[in-house]
Design a protein around this ligand. Structure first.
Ligand code: MG
Length: 339
């Protein structure tokens, strides 16, 4: 997938406009054109209903989160539905209700859309595509000002952007990882065990991120979706060309996800999340950010898990028994159609 995108898709589409501030080639969560943040995502998750959510909730949350993590305030969403002929109306109504509820939760409007039907057997049940636009978050200026006043760094970007990260910045995760992907795998019923306490974390994070920006001082944010925390940390290390040391024992993982991962031989660090955010913040501010996170229902179990450092290249994990290991970029998803 990485090669397909980098070698075939991205080189085709060049930026002609001068006001493209975050272009396609950055492969960021959202693009920024003429002060407008813009993102799109297609959802193919199987099954379409799962513990903690459904494809409808996922489709709104994912797009809202991709806007929020670059420092945009999500405003409007499109809803494109591709349905398999004969898809039950009752299920469709349930999914649409879930989309509307999630949009209300996030404070965004669904303002445009498209509906297509494909022949039975040519598509499994339903595919949803959502695109979203956002405006520059009014709280962003105050947030970045606090960073600059703190250590006098010069910023490479006016947005929440890994290019603003410096050695010494702390890495914070908003809560236990791996819950979304694990809940999907278990919901498929192919693993031979059940785990009723593992639920998807799918949720819009824009209000949580607003509260963090209000306190101020974060330099970058990203949602650890496909490829999980492992992919996110490697991407940040690649973009910044700064190494990272992560303390394994600080990474929040629920008992259920830890146990299920052990049984399946999967690293929870590679599992997708749909309601978590990873933040980078200067050391003198990280504690305040952590406090704000922990006072919010979606960030109760937040932790500072490590920091950027020039001592290492790439992402190094200090294991619970004190050894060091490299955390590689995940080669692929443990299972397809997780989101
Ligand atoms: Mg994202």
């Amino acid at each position: 997938m990485h090669r397909l995108i980098k070698e075939h898709i991205v080189p085709r589409f060049k930026s002609r406009r001068k006001d493209v501030e975050i272009p396609l080639s950055f492969l960021a969560d959202s693009a920024v054109v003429n002060e407008i943040a813009f993102t799109t995502d297609s959802y193919t998750v199987k099954p379409i209903f799962f513990p903690g959510g459904d494809i409808g909730r996922l489709s709104i949350s994912g797009t809202v989160n991709d806007l929020a993590v670059i420092g945009a305030k999500p405003i409007a969403i499109s809803c494109a539905l591709i349905l398999e002929e004969g898809f039950p109306l009752k299920k469709l109504d349930e999914l649409l209700e879930s989309m509307e509820k999630t949009a209300e939760e996030a404070g965004v409007d669904v303002v445009t859309g498209d509906t297509k039907v494909m022949e039975r057997g040519k598509l499994e049940e339903i595919v949803i595509n959502t695109a979203g636009i956002g405006i520059r978050n009014p709280l962003l200026e105050k947030n970045l000002k606090k960073v600059v006043e703190g250590d006098g760094r010069s910023l490479n970007s006016r947005w929440l952007d890994p290019r603003n990260i410096r050695p010494g910045d702390k890495v914070i995760v908003s809560g236990p990882i791996g819950e979304h992907a694990m809940s999907i795998m278990i919901a498929r019923g192919e693993l031979g065990f059940e785990a009723p306490n593992i639920k998807s974390d799918a949720a819009p994070l824009n209000h949580l991120i607003d509260e963090i920006l209000e306190v101020g001082g974060i330099v970058a944010a990203k949602d650890p979706t496909r490829g999980g925390l492992a992919s996110l940390l490697n991407e940040w290390s690649e973009v910044t060309k700064i190494g990272m040391i992560i303390e394994e024992e600080k990474i929040p993982v629920s008992e259920g996800v830890r146990a299920a991962s052990e049984i399946l031989g999967i690293d929870p660090l590679e599992l997708a999340n749909e309601g978590k955010v990873v933040l980078a913040a200067p050391p003198e501010i990280a504690r305040d950010v952590l406090e704000v996170l922990r006072s919010h229902p979606l960030g109760k179990k937040a932790e500072i898990i490590g920091e950027f450092t020039n001592e290492y290249e790439g992402v190094v994990v200090k294991t619970e028994i004190g050894g060091l290991r490299y955390l590689p970029m995940p080669l692929g998803d443990p299972v397809p159609r997780i989101c």
